[in-house]
Design a protein around this ligand. Structure first.
Ligand code: TPP
Length: 599
């Protein structure tokens, strides 16, 4: 049966057909749909885990229990899960364990760009990379088999284009009726990594890589395609598709097993062709591997090391390097993008984060858009990652930092302990708080950080598409789940000054924040209001009384997409406005010109 599937859909279906019994993930683009697709299936346990580290630990436990398990995450998620990733490489497993890392070249939706192929080599975990959805589907069965045969976790590395592009997949398998029975086999020398047990496991790991090196030599999805022998191109992943498109007649070596690479096959290919080049996205990972073999390959001298590749970029590089004869581009994108006006990302109409960020800007910044030394009386606002990070843009301009998930609280403590004379506020979302904010807050309690933490609780993981998390009471299957109450959790951690405010009540936010900034020791404000995309019925929309509006534009300072200008007066788009469910514009208007429609 043929189906049009994205890479993520294909991975999910492939894993399901391969008999995966436990699947875990923490959401993150471009990986999220893998678990979302698995959550639609029966006879499988799925969960949104608290974070990627927990996701991998749960999957690792399941694989210790003898069943097939999978943990999926975005590239930076594997940084969070690096500790168990290295640990499970040491212990091995019994059931198959597949880890999926979806990298994001070009940082379409990420705080950083990194090439996770290095992490496979670093952790000594075999890695395979599909070049389309068919391979993504087919590979899943192989990955579990490799994992079980070699007693190792296996990394499937995808990238945004592989994960999100749809190609035709011949769905050849079905889920087996007789899945492996869970059973834990006691083996302290394998699973209890005290130094005396861990040292012998190092030998096991090295032996395993030696065996894998010979296994990958005959792996059927690696492919040598001999065309014109003047140019031989080594490639993997989506870059392989671009290279095939641009170099019509060259010879190709497509590598699906990219750690370890099939050394013999690569050497044979290099002998078949006059010149070897490597076309790969991000780092010269394969190119350096070829150099180590003494093969004088080139690639990164004409293919960029930064950002996502496209067929055009590969073609331009090849022309520049004299590999393609014509200086005229031979490849043209089928669809050229229309020239649209630039638009900054912004928070939605009715977003509960707006009010808190507006108050923060008013209270904390004297001149929000001027970089430079911070003034006396201003407050440093460390931020985290979520929809609220968009508050860095004007008109809100309310944030000073954003590095990686959970960092806001630690950064705030660091700034304060370093002796920066200004007050420091840390801002993070509810999902981010549970993901990796809790330990930072424990640090603030333990070390008496004189900081205020604002948890923007919109009851969901909004930025990645509304997944549940432990604070929401919604499971990965969107059924009812247990709720971890954030205020109870925060109190339990030892914070004495805990405040819950209505995220749409500007006065309450302001007075609470002022109070917290004046008190010693850590304080927490939970600013609570639902994500507008979860609000079933919007309230009555608001309107502007044109006679009362003086055109002062104060309402534009909240950056609500429902408000615009007409004849120098504010107007509200009633179709976009969330109305009485929000009402922030009415609170900021100094002329009291904004009110509920019909009043
Ligand atoms: C390590 C890591 N994992 C996952 C992500 C993807 N991601 C970005 S923000 C975010 C959470 C957003 O939820 P929340 O903190 O509740 O804020 P909201 O978007 O709801 O405002 C996630 C999962 C990431 N950037 N880094």
């Amino acid at each position: 049966m043929k189906q049009l599937l994205s890479g993520n859909e294909a991975m999910a279906l492939g894993a399901y057909h391969a008999g995966v019994a436990v699947a875990t993930a923490y959401p993150g683009t471009p990986s999220t749909e893998i678990l979302e697709n698995l959550a639609r299936r029966d006879r499988i346990y799925v969960e949104w885990s608290t974070n990627e580290k927990v996701a991998l630990e749960v999957a690792m436990g399941a694989a210790y229990g003898g069943v097939r398990a999978l943990a999926s995450m975005k590239h930076v998620g594997l940084n969070v899960a690096a500790d168990p990733f290295f640990a499970v490489s040491t212990t091995g497993i019994i059931g198959g364990l597949v880890v999926i890392s979806c990298d994001d070249p070009g940082e379409h939706s990420s705080q950083g760009e990194q090439d996770n192929r290095h992490l496979a080599k670093f952790a000594k975990v075999p890695m395979l990379e599909p070049t389309d959805s068919q391979e993504a589907y087919d590979l899943m069965d192989w990955l579990f088999k490799i994992s079980e045969e070699f007693d190792t976790p296996v990394l499937l590395r995808s990238t945004t284009r592989i994960s999100h592009c749809k190609t035709v997949v011949d769905v050849s398998r079905e889920r087996k009726a007789d899945l492996k029975q869970p059973a834990f086999i006691r083996s302290p020398s394998k699973y209890v990594m005290v130094p005396s047990n861990a040292r012998p496991r190092r030998n096991v790991m090295e032996d395993r890589i030696i065996k894998l090196r010979s296994y990958v030599e005959s792996f059927p999805m690696n492919e040598m395609i001999l065309g014109d022998r003047k140019l031989g191109i080594v490639s993997s992943g989506v870059a392989y598709q671009y290279a095939r498109e641009v170099f019509k007649n060259a010879s190709f070596l497509k590598l699906v097993t990219t750690y370890p690479i099939p050394v013999g096959l690569v050497r044979r290919f290099a002998k078949e062709v006059e010149r070897v080049i490597v076309i790969e996205e991000l780092d010269p990972y394969l190119e350096e591997a070829l150099h180590q073999l003494g093969i004088p390959a080139t690639g990164k001298d004409f293919i960029p090391i930064i950002g996502e590749l496209t067929p055009e970029i590969v073609e331009q590089g090849a022309i520049k390097a004299g590999l393609l004869p014509s200086p005229k581009p031979v490849h043209k994108s089928a669809v050229s993008a229309p020239q649209l006006p630039a638009r900054r990302p912004q928070l939605c109409a009715g977003c509960p984060h707006v009010g808190t960020e507006y108050v923060l800007r008013q209270l904390c910044f004297q001149n929000p858009s001027s970089p430079g030394p911070i003034k006396k009386g201003e407050v440093v606002v460390t931020s985290d990652i979520g929809c609220y990070t968009l508050g860095v843009y004007p008109p809100l301009s309310a944030l000073d930092t954003c590095a990686c998930m959970g960092a806001s609280i630690g950064q705030a403590i660091g700034l304060q302990k370093a002796g920066v004379p200004n007050k420091v506020v840390a801002v993070l979302g509810d999902s981010t708080f549970v993901h990796s904010g809790i330990t930072g807050l424990v640090d603030a309690v333990y070390n008496q950080g004189n900081i205020t933490v604002i948890i923007l609780d919109n009851g969901t993981t909004a930025m990645t598409g509304h997944q549940g998390h432990p604070g929401t009471g919604i499971s990965a299957r969107r059924t009812k789940a247990a709720v971890v109450k954030l205020e109870k959790l925060v109190e339990g951690l030892g914070v004495k000054n805990v405040n819950v405010v209505n995220a749409f009540d500007l006065k309450a936010i302001e007075s609470t924040l002022k109070r917290c900034l004046e008190t010693e020791g850590p304080s927490v404000i939970i600013s609570r209001g639902p994500c507008p995309l979860n609000v079933k019925a919007a309230g009555k929309p608001f309107k502007v009384d044109a006679d009362q509006c003086t055109g002062c534009y104060t309402c534009l300072d909240i950056g609500c997409p429902a408000i615009s200008l007409s004849d120098e007066k504010a107007v509200i788009d009633a179709g976009v406005c969330l109305g009485t469910a929000c009402g922030i514009c009415a609170q900021v208007c100094p002329q009291e010109a904004i009110s509920e429609m019909g009043k």
